[in-house]
Design a protein around this ligand. Structure first.
Ligand code: HEM
Length: 433
Protein backbone atom coordinates (compact mmCIF):
# COMPACT_ATOMS: atom_id res chain seq x y z
CA UNK A 1 0.00 0.00 0.00
CA UNK A 2 2.81 2.37 0.97
CA UNK A 3 4.57 1.73 -2.34
CA UNK A 4 1.29 2.39 -4.22
CA UNK A 5 1.00 5.82 -2.55
CA UNK A 6 4.63 6.64 -3.14
CA UNK A 7 4.26 5.72 -6.87
CA UNK A 8 1.09 7.82 -7.05
CA UNK A 9 2.89 10.74 -5.41
CA UNK A 10 5.78 10.41 -7.87
CA UNK A 11 3.34 10.46 -10.80
CA UNK A 12 1.73 13.61 -9.40
CA UNK A 13 5.15 15.25 -9.00
CA UNK A 14 6.14 14.37 -12.57
CA UNK A 15 2.78 15.74 -13.79
CA UNK A 16 3.35 19.01 -11.91
CA UNK A 17 6.88 19.24 -13.27
CA UNK A 18 5.69 18.71 -16.86
CA UNK A 19 3.04 21.42 -16.40
CA UNK A 20 5.79 23.79 -15.20
CA UNK A 21 7.87 22.96 -18.28
CA UNK A 22 4.88 23.75 -20.56
CA UNK A 23 4.29 27.01 -18.67
CA UNK A 24 7.97 27.93 -18.97
CA UNK A 25 7.84 27.25 -22.72
CA UNK A 26 4.83 29.53 -23.06
CA UNK A 27 6.38 32.38 -21.11
CA UNK A 28 9.85 32.01 -22.63
CA UNK A 29 8.95 31.80 -26.31
CA UNK A 30 9.39 28.04 -26.59
CA UNK A 31 12.40 27.71 -24.29
CA UNK A 32 12.28 25.65 -21.10
CA UNK A 33 14.89 24.11 -18.87
CA UNK A 34 13.48 20.59 -19.00
CA UNK A 35 16.28 19.05 -17.01
CA UNK A 36 14.79 15.55 -16.76
CA UNK A 37 14.36 15.12 -20.51
CA UNK A 38 16.82 12.82 -22.29
CA UNK A 39 17.51 15.55 -24.85
CA UNK A 40 18.71 17.88 -22.11
CA UNK A 41 20.85 15.25 -20.41
CA UNK A 42 22.45 14.21 -23.72
CA UNK A 43 23.10 17.78 -24.86
CA UNK A 44 22.44 20.51 -22.29
CA UNK A 45 24.35 23.05 -24.43
CA UNK A 46 21.50 23.27 -26.95
CA UNK A 47 19.23 24.48 -24.14
CA UNK A 48 21.82 26.93 -22.76
CA UNK A 49 22.41 28.35 -26.26
CA UNK A 50 18.67 28.93 -26.77
CA UNK A 51 18.37 30.46 -23.31
CA UNK A 52 21.25 32.86 -24.01
CA UNK A 53 19.92 33.97 -27.37
CA UNK A 54 16.48 34.54 -25.85
CA UNK A 55 17.52 36.19 -22.57
CA UNK A 56 21.06 35.97 -21.13
CA UNK A 57 19.53 36.11 -17.63
CA UNK A 58 16.43 33.95 -17.83
CA UNK A 59 14.08 32.87 -15.05
CA UNK A 60 13.34 29.15 -14.99
CA UNK A 61 10.11 28.03 -13.32
CA UNK A 62 11.34 24.46 -13.02
CA UNK A 63 14.40 25.36 -10.96
CA UNK A 64 13.10 28.65 -9.46
CA UNK A 65 16.41 30.28 -10.41
CA UNK A 66 17.60 32.95 -12.84
CA UNK A 67 20.01 31.25 -15.28
CA UNK A 68 22.97 33.31 -16.48
CA UNK A 69 24.41 31.99 -19.74
CA UNK A 70 26.39 34.96 -21.03
CA UNK A 71 30.13 35.07 -20.25
CA UNK A 72 30.21 38.81 -19.49
CA UNK A 73 27.42 38.58 -16.89
CA UNK A 74 28.66 35.27 -15.49
CA UNK A 75 32.14 36.68 -14.84
CA UNK A 76 30.69 39.85 -13.37
CA UNK A 77 28.46 37.94 -10.96
CA UNK A 78 31.31 35.70 -9.81
CA UNK A 79 33.53 38.72 -9.20
CA UNK A 80 31.07 41.33 -7.90
CA UNK A 81 30.67 41.46 -4.09
CA UNK A 82 26.97 42.36 -4.46
CA UNK A 83 26.44 38.67 -5.33
CA UNK A 84 26.90 36.46 -2.33
CA UNK A 85 27.32 32.72 -1.67
CA UNK A 86 26.29 32.57 1.99
CA UNK A 87 22.91 30.75 2.17
CA UNK A 88 22.51 31.67 5.83
CA UNK A 89 21.76 35.32 5.02
CA UNK A 90 18.67 34.68 2.87
CA UNK A 91 15.10 33.49 3.35
CA UNK A 92 16.06 30.09 1.90
CA UNK A 93 18.08 29.46 5.09
CA UNK A 94 15.03 29.04 7.35
CA UNK A 95 13.62 26.43 5.01
CA UNK A 96 16.93 24.52 5.08
CA UNK A 97 17.13 24.75 8.89
CA UNK A 98 13.60 23.40 9.22
CA UNK A 99 14.35 20.55 6.80
CA UNK A 100 17.48 19.56 8.74
CA UNK A 101 15.61 19.69 12.07
CA UNK A 102 12.67 17.68 10.72
CA UNK A 103 15.00 15.02 9.34
CA UNK A 104 17.01 14.90 12.60
CA UNK A 105 20.15 16.01 10.76
CA UNK A 106 21.98 17.66 13.63
CA UNK A 107 25.42 17.42 12.07
CA UNK A 108 24.20 18.92 8.79
CA UNK A 109 22.54 21.74 10.70
CA UNK A 110 25.75 22.45 12.64
CA UNK A 111 27.77 22.46 9.45
CA UNK A 112 25.17 24.66 7.74
CA UNK A 113 25.79 27.24 10.47
CA UNK A 114 29.59 26.87 9.97
CA UNK A 115 29.95 26.57 6.20
CA UNK A 116 33.06 25.81 4.19
CA UNK A 117 34.78 28.66 2.33
CA UNK A 118 32.80 27.81 -0.80
CA UNK A 119 29.71 29.13 1.00
CA UNK A 120 31.30 32.07 2.83
CA UNK A 121 31.50 35.74 1.89
CA UNK A 122 34.34 38.02 3.04
CA UNK A 123 35.81 38.50 5.62
CA UNK A 124 35.35 34.86 6.75
CA UNK A 125 35.97 33.58 3.22
CA UNK A 126 39.32 35.39 2.98
CA UNK A 127 40.37 34.17 6.45
CA UNK A 128 39.89 30.48 5.60
CA UNK A 129 41.00 30.70 1.96
CA UNK A 130 44.33 32.20 3.07
CA UNK A 131 44.97 29.21 5.32
CA UNK A 132 44.10 26.66 2.65
CA UNK A 133 46.14 28.40 -0.03
CA UNK A 134 49.35 27.63 1.89
CA UNK A 135 48.80 23.98 1.02
CA UNK A 136 48.46 24.69 -2.72
CA UNK A 137 51.54 26.73 -3.66
CA UNK A 138 52.73 26.20 -7.23
CA UNK A 139 56.03 24.93 -5.91
CA UNK A 140 54.40 22.22 -3.81
CA UNK A 141 51.94 21.16 -6.52
CA UNK A 142 54.72 20.93 -9.14
CA UNK A 143 56.80 18.86 -6.72
CA UNK A 144 54.06 16.21 -6.72
CA UNK A 145 54.62 15.41 -10.40
CA UNK A 146 56.87 12.33 -9.97
CA UNK A 147 54.47 10.88 -7.44
CA UNK A 148 51.44 11.52 -9.69
CA UNK A 149 53.29 9.69 -12.51
CA UNK A 150 53.86 6.74 -10.22
CA UNK A 151 50.19 6.64 -9.23
CA UNK A 152 49.04 6.70 -12.88
CA UNK A 153 51.56 3.98 -13.79
CA UNK A 154 50.36 1.92 -10.82
CA UNK A 155 46.70 2.23 -11.85
CA UNK A 156 47.46 1.26 -15.45
CA UNK A 157 49.83 -1.59 -14.45
CA UNK A 158 46.82 -3.31 -12.95
CA UNK A 159 44.97 -3.41 -16.29
CA UNK A 160 47.88 -3.58 -18.69
CA UNK A 161 47.30 -7.20 -19.75
CA UNK A 162 43.55 -6.90 -20.03
CA UNK A 163 41.60 -6.58 -23.31
CA UNK A 164 39.57 -3.78 -21.82
CA UNK A 165 39.34 -1.62 -18.69
CA UNK A 166 37.08 1.00 -17.15
CA UNK A 167 38.75 4.38 -17.53
CA UNK A 168 36.68 5.83 -14.67
CA UNK A 169 36.97 3.02 -12.12
CA UNK A 170 40.55 2.06 -12.95
CA UNK A 171 42.17 5.47 -13.44
CA UNK A 172 40.06 8.64 -13.37
CA UNK A 173 38.58 7.91 -9.93
CA UNK A 174 41.52 6.51 -7.98
CA UNK A 175 44.17 8.96 -9.26
CA UNK A 176 42.84 12.23 -7.77
CA UNK A 177 41.51 10.40 -4.70
CA UNK A 178 44.95 8.94 -3.89
CA UNK A 179 46.60 12.34 -4.44
CA UNK A 180 44.20 14.33 -2.24
CA UNK A 181 44.28 11.66 0.47
CA UNK A 182 48.04 11.90 0.53
CA UNK A 183 48.04 15.70 0.62
CA UNK A 184 45.60 15.67 3.51
CA UNK A 185 47.35 12.84 5.35
CA UNK A 186 44.45 10.36 5.18
CA UNK A 187 45.21 6.63 5.41
CA UNK A 188 45.23 4.82 2.04
CA UNK A 189 43.08 2.01 3.39
CA UNK A 190 40.18 4.46 3.86
CA UNK A 191 40.15 5.32 0.14
CA UNK A 192 37.30 3.01 -0.95
CA UNK A 193 35.15 4.09 1.96
CA UNK A 194 35.46 7.85 1.44
CA UNK A 195 35.00 7.45 -2.31
CA UNK A 196 31.74 5.61 -1.70
CA UNK A 197 30.58 8.31 0.72
CA UNK A 198 31.52 11.09 -1.65
CA UNK A 199 29.60 9.48 -4.56
CA UNK A 200 26.50 9.04 -2.41
CA UNK A 201 26.80 12.62 -1.20
CA UNK A 202 26.96 14.11 -4.70
CA UNK A 203 23.70 12.49 -5.78
CA UNK A 204 22.04 14.89 -3.34
CA UNK A 205 23.83 17.91 -4.87
CA UNK A 206 22.21 18.69 -8.22
CA UNK A 207 21.06 15.10 -8.83
CA UNK A 208 18.22 14.89 -11.38
CA UNK A 209 15.17 12.80 -10.48
CA UNK A 210 16.71 11.91 -7.11
CA UNK A 211 14.57 9.58 -4.98
CA UNK A 212 13.83 10.01 -1.28
CA UNK A 213 16.12 7.07 -0.49
CA UNK A 214 18.95 8.66 -2.46
CA UNK A 215 18.50 11.96 -0.60
CA UNK A 216 18.63 10.08 2.69
CA UNK A 217 21.74 8.21 1.55
CA UNK A 218 23.33 11.52 0.55
CA UNK A 219 22.63 12.99 4.02
CA UNK A 220 23.96 9.83 5.70
CA UNK A 221 27.13 10.05 3.61
CA UNK A 222 27.59 13.72 4.51
CA UNK A 223 27.27 12.98 8.21
CA UNK A 224 29.52 9.93 7.98
CA UNK A 225 32.23 12.03 6.33
CA UNK A 226 32.01 14.74 9.00
CA UNK A 227 32.23 12.07 11.73
CA UNK A 228 35.19 10.52 9.90
CA UNK A 229 37.05 13.84 9.88
CA UNK A 230 36.13 14.51 13.50
CA UNK A 231 37.68 11.18 14.49
CA UNK A 232 40.83 11.73 12.43
CA UNK A 233 41.32 15.30 13.65
CA UNK A 234 40.76 14.47 17.33
CA UNK A 235 43.11 11.48 17.14
CA UNK A 236 45.82 13.66 15.65
CA UNK A 237 45.61 16.62 17.98
CA UNK A 238 48.79 15.71 19.89
CA UNK A 239 50.71 14.40 16.88
CA UNK A 240 52.02 17.32 14.79
CA UNK A 241 52.39 16.52 11.09
CA UNK A 242 53.33 18.32 7.93
CA UNK A 243 50.30 17.35 5.87
CA UNK A 244 47.22 19.48 5.32
CA UNK A 245 45.23 18.24 8.33
CA UNK A 246 48.31 18.74 10.54
CA UNK A 247 48.55 22.36 9.38
CA UNK A 248 44.82 23.00 9.94
CA UNK A 249 45.10 21.61 13.49
CA UNK A 250 48.02 23.94 14.13
CA UNK A 251 46.01 26.92 12.79
CA UNK A 252 43.04 26.02 14.98
CA UNK A 253 45.19 25.76 18.07
CA UNK A 254 46.95 29.05 17.40
CA UNK A 255 43.81 31.07 18.05
CA UNK A 256 40.98 32.61 16.11
CA UNK A 257 41.98 31.49 12.61
CA UNK A 258 39.61 28.56 12.28
CA UNK A 259 37.08 26.83 14.54
CA UNK A 260 36.72 23.06 14.73
CA UNK A 261 33.44 22.93 12.73
CA UNK A 262 35.03 25.05 10.00
CA UNK A 263 37.88 22.57 9.97
CA UNK A 264 35.54 19.65 9.29
CA UNK A 265 33.84 21.62 6.50
CA UNK A 266 37.20 22.53 4.96
CA UNK A 267 38.34 18.89 4.96
CA UNK A 268 35.07 17.73 3.42
CA UNK A 269 35.25 20.40 0.72
CA UNK A 270 38.82 19.51 -0.18
CA UNK A 271 38.12 15.83 -0.31
CA UNK A 272 35.05 16.17 -2.56
CA UNK A 273 36.31 19.07 -4.71
CA UNK A 274 39.71 17.41 -4.90
CA UNK A 275 38.64 14.30 -6.71
CA UNK A 276 35.06 14.25 -8.02
CA UNK A 277 35.80 17.04 -10.49
CA UNK A 278 39.15 15.83 -11.86
CA UNK A 279 37.63 12.36 -12.41
CA UNK A 280 35.05 13.99 -14.66
CA UNK A 281 37.63 16.10 -16.51
CA UNK A 282 39.55 12.95 -17.49
CA UNK A 283 36.38 11.03 -18.49
CA UNK A 284 34.69 13.90 -20.37
CA UNK A 285 37.99 14.77 -22.06
CA UNK A 286 38.65 11.25 -23.36
CA UNK A 287 35.11 10.88 -24.70
CA UNK A 288 35.39 14.23 -26.50
CA UNK A 289 38.68 13.13 -28.07
CA UNK A 290 37.15 9.83 -29.21
CA UNK A 291 34.41 11.92 -30.86
CA UNK A 292 37.13 13.93 -32.66
CA UNK A 293 39.55 11.23 -33.90
CA UNK A 294 41.67 13.58 -36.05
CA UNK A 295 42.46 15.71 -33.01
CA UNK A 296 43.16 12.63 -30.93
CA UNK A 297 45.64 11.52 -33.58
CA UNK A 298 47.38 14.92 -33.44
CA UNK A 299 47.77 14.58 -29.67
CA UNK A 300 49.19 11.06 -29.94
CA UNK A 301 51.79 12.42 -32.37
CA UNK A 302 52.64 15.44 -30.23
CA UNK A 303 52.08 15.39 -26.47
CA UNK A 304 52.90 19.09 -26.28
CA UNK A 305 49.36 19.71 -27.51
CA UNK A 306 47.92 18.21 -24.32
CA UNK A 307 47.86 21.33 -22.07
CA UNK A 308 45.89 23.42 -24.59
CA UNK A 309 43.66 20.40 -25.34
CA UNK A 310 42.85 20.20 -21.59
CA UNK A 311 41.78 23.86 -21.56
CA UNK A 312 39.52 23.16 -24.54
CA UNK A 313 38.08 20.05 -22.83
CA UNK A 314 37.38 22.18 -19.75
CA UNK A 315 35.63 24.77 -21.90
CA UNK A 316 33.69 22.32 -24.06
CA UNK A 317 32.63 19.68 -21.50
CA UNK A 318 33.14 21.26 -18.06
CA UNK A 319 32.92 18.92 -15.03
CA UNK A 320 31.08 21.59 -13.00
CA UNK A 321 28.16 23.05 -14.98
CA UNK A 322 26.82 25.70 -12.66
CA UNK A 323 27.23 27.51 -9.37
CA UNK A 324 24.79 29.65 -7.37
CA UNK A 325 24.92 33.27 -6.20
CA UNK A 326 22.36 35.42 -4.32
CA UNK A 327 21.58 39.15 -4.62
CA UNK A 328 22.97 40.43 -1.31
CA UNK A 329 20.51 43.39 -1.27
CA UNK A 330 17.69 44.72 -3.41
CA UNK A 331 19.47 45.72 -6.59
CA UNK A 332 19.36 46.70 -10.23
CA UNK A 333 21.48 44.52 -12.47
CA UNK A 334 21.60 44.59 -16.28
CA UNK A 335 18.68 47.04 -16.22
CA UNK A 336 16.39 44.80 -14.17
CA UNK A 337 15.37 44.95 -10.51
CA UNK A 338 16.06 41.98 -8.24
CA UNK A 339 15.00 41.48 -4.64
CA UNK A 340 17.43 40.66 -1.82
CA UNK A 341 18.06 36.89 -1.78
CA UNK A 342 17.18 36.31 -5.45
CA UNK A 343 19.12 33.18 -6.49
CA UNK A 344 21.09 33.05 -9.76
CA UNK A 345 22.50 29.91 -11.36
CA UNK A 346 25.68 31.02 -13.06
CA UNK A 347 25.87 28.59 -15.96
CA UNK A 348 29.55 27.81 -16.42
CA UNK A 349 28.70 25.50 -19.31
CA UNK A 350 26.47 28.14 -20.92
CA UNK A 351 29.01 30.97 -20.55
CA UNK A 352 31.80 28.82 -22.04
CA UNK A 353 29.68 28.44 -25.21
CA UNK A 354 28.92 32.17 -25.53
CA UNK A 355 29.96 33.19 -29.10
CA UNK A 356 31.01 36.62 -27.76
CA UNK A 357 33.62 34.85 -25.59
CA UNK A 358 34.82 32.15 -28.00
CA UNK A 359 34.21 32.18 -31.77
CA UNK A 360 32.40 29.05 -33.08
CA UNK A 361 31.89 27.91 -29.50
CA UNK A 362 30.10 24.67 -30.36
CA UNK A 363 33.13 23.35 -32.20
CA UNK A 364 35.74 21.43 -30.20
CA UNK A 365 39.19 22.58 -31.29
CA UNK A 366 42.34 21.69 -29.38
CA UNK A 367 44.23 24.26 -31.51
CA UNK A 368 41.94 27.10 -30.39
CA UNK A 369 43.86 30.20 -29.28
CA UNK A 370 42.96 32.40 -26.28
CA UNK A 371 40.46 29.92 -24.86
CA UNK A 372 38.07 31.68 -22.50
CA UNK A 373 36.40 29.50 -19.89
CA UNK A 374 35.20 29.77 -16.32
CA UNK A 375 35.30 26.04 -15.64
CA UNK A 376 37.42 26.69 -12.54
CA UNK A 377 35.14 29.59 -11.56
CA UNK A 378 36.21 33.22 -11.51
CA UNK A 379 36.87 35.93 -8.92
CA UNK A 380 37.39 35.36 -5.19
CA UNK A 381 36.11 31.75 -5.16
CA UNK A 382 38.17 30.65 -8.15
CA UNK A 383 39.28 27.04 -7.76
CA UNK A 384 42.24 26.51 -5.46
CA UNK A 385 43.05 23.13 -7.01
CA UNK A 386 43.17 24.22 -10.68
CA UNK A 387 46.91 23.65 -11.14
CA UNK A 388 46.69 20.26 -9.40
CA UNK A 389 43.80 19.22 -11.68
CA UNK A 390 45.77 20.36 -14.74
CA UNK A 391 48.88 18.38 -13.75
CA UNK A 392 46.92 15.23 -12.84
CA UNK A 393 44.95 15.22 -16.08
CA UNK A 394 48.00 16.03 -18.25
CA UNK A 395 49.98 13.13 -16.77
CA UNK A 396 46.97 10.80 -17.04
CA UNK A 397 46.53 11.58 -20.76
CA UNK A 398 50.27 11.32 -21.52
CA UNK A 399 50.63 7.88 -19.93
CA UNK A 400 47.33 6.62 -21.34
CA UNK A 401 48.35 7.50 -24.91
CA UNK A 402 51.86 6.18 -24.39
CA UNK A 403 50.63 2.79 -23.21
CA UNK A 404 47.46 2.33 -25.23
CA UNK A 405 47.99 4.17 -28.48
CA UNK A 406 45.36 1.98 -30.22
CA UNK A 407 42.69 2.16 -27.55
CA UNK A 408 39.03 2.44 -28.57
CA UNK A 409 35.69 3.00 -26.85
CA UNK A 410 33.54 -0.04 -26.18
CA UNK A 411 30.29 1.96 -26.19
CA UNK A 412 30.36 4.98 -28.46
CA UNK A 413 27.33 6.54 -26.75
CA UNK A 414 27.85 6.13 -23.03
CA UNK A 415 25.14 7.47 -20.75
CA UNK A 416 25.82 10.82 -19.04
CA UNK A 417 25.18 10.95 -15.31
CA UNK A 418 21.92 12.64 -14.31
CA UNK A 419 23.13 15.71 -12.45
CA UNK A 420 22.47 19.39 -13.07
CA UNK A 421 25.77 20.51 -11.53
CA UNK A 422 28.35 17.77 -12.00
CA UNK A 423 28.59 16.37 -15.54
CA UNK A 424 30.38 13.12 -16.23
CA UNK A 425 30.27 9.33 -16.43
CA UNK A 426 30.13 6.53 -13.89
CA UNK A 427 31.83 4.17 -16.31
CA UNK A 428 33.71 4.40 -19.60
CA UNK A 429 34.90 1.05 -20.92
CA UNK A 430 37.99 1.15 -23.14
CA UNK A 431 39.39 -1.61 -25.42
CA UNK A 432 43.15 -1.63 -25.07
CA UNK A 433 43.81 -2.37 -28.78
C1 HEM B 1 38.85 19.65 -13.13
C2 HEM B 1 38.86 19.79 -11.83
C3 HEM B 1 38.17 20.89 -11.10
C4 HEM B 1 37.14 21.72 -11.48
C5 HEM B 1 36.42 21.73 -12.82
C6 HEM B 1 36.87 22.60 -10.37
C7 HEM B 1 35.90 23.59 -10.39
C8 HEM B 1 35.74 24.53 -9.39
C9 HEM B 1 34.84 25.66 -9.46
C10 HEM B 1 33.92 25.97 -10.62
C11 HEM B 1 34.96 26.35 -8.31
C12 HEM B 1 34.25 27.67 -7.96
C13 HEM B 1 32.90 27.46 -7.37
C14 HEM B 1 32.16 28.75 -7.11
O1 HEM B 1 32.63 29.84 -7.42
O2 HEM B 1 31.05 28.66 -6.58
C15 HEM B 1 35.91 25.66 -7.49
C16 HEM B 1 36.28 26.04 -6.22
C17 HEM B 1 37.09 25.28 -5.42
N1 HEM B 1 37.83 24.16 -5.79
FE1 HEM B 1 37.84 23.29 -7.58
N2 HEM B 1 37.69 22.28 -9.33
C18 HEM B 1 38.52 21.25 -9.74
C19 HEM B 1 39.52 20.65 -9.01
C20 HEM B 1 39.81 20.94 -7.71
C21 HEM B 1 40.82 20.30 -6.91
C22 HEM B 1 41.77 19.21 -7.44
C23 HEM B 1 40.76 20.85 -5.66
C24 HEM B 1 41.56 20.56 -4.43
C25 HEM B 1 42.37 19.60 -4.24
C26 HEM B 1 39.73 21.86 -5.69
C27 HEM B 1 39.37 22.65 -4.62
C28 HEM B 1 38.51 23.73 -4.68
C29 HEM B 1 38.23 24.59 -3.55
C30 HEM B 1 38.78 24.46 -2.14
C31 HEM B 1 37.33 25.56 -4.01
C32 HEM B 1 36.69 26.69 -3.20
C33 HEM B 1 37.43 27.97 -3.36
C34 HEM B 1 36.76 29.13 -2.64
O3 HEM B 1 35.57 29.07 -2.29
O4 HEM B 1 37.45 30.13 -2.43
N3 HEM B 1 39.17 21.88 -6.93
N4 HEM B 1 36.39 24.55 -8.17
Amino acid sequence: MKSFFSKFKNLLLIGAYKTLVIFEKLTNKGIALDFISKDYIDDPYKTYNSMRSHKPILFSQTTRLYWVTKMEFAQEMLRDKRFSVDDRKYPIADKRRKEFKKAGREIMLEQFENPSMLKLDPPDHSRIRKLVQYGFTNRYITSLEPEIKQIVEGCLDKVHNQDSFDLIEDLAKPLPAIVIAKMMGLPNEDLDQFQAWSEDLLVGVGGIGTSKEEIKKSGDAYEALIRYFEKIILSRKDKPSDDFIGKLIQAEEEGDKLNIKEMYGTCLLLLIAGHETTTRLIGNGILTLFNHPEQMKSIKENFELIPNAIEEMLRFEPPVHATVRFAENDMVYAEKKYKRGTPFAVSIAGANRDPDANPNPNIFDIFRKDIKHISFGYGPHMCIGASLARIESRIAFEILFERFSNMSLQNKNPEWGKNLIFRGFDNLRIHTN
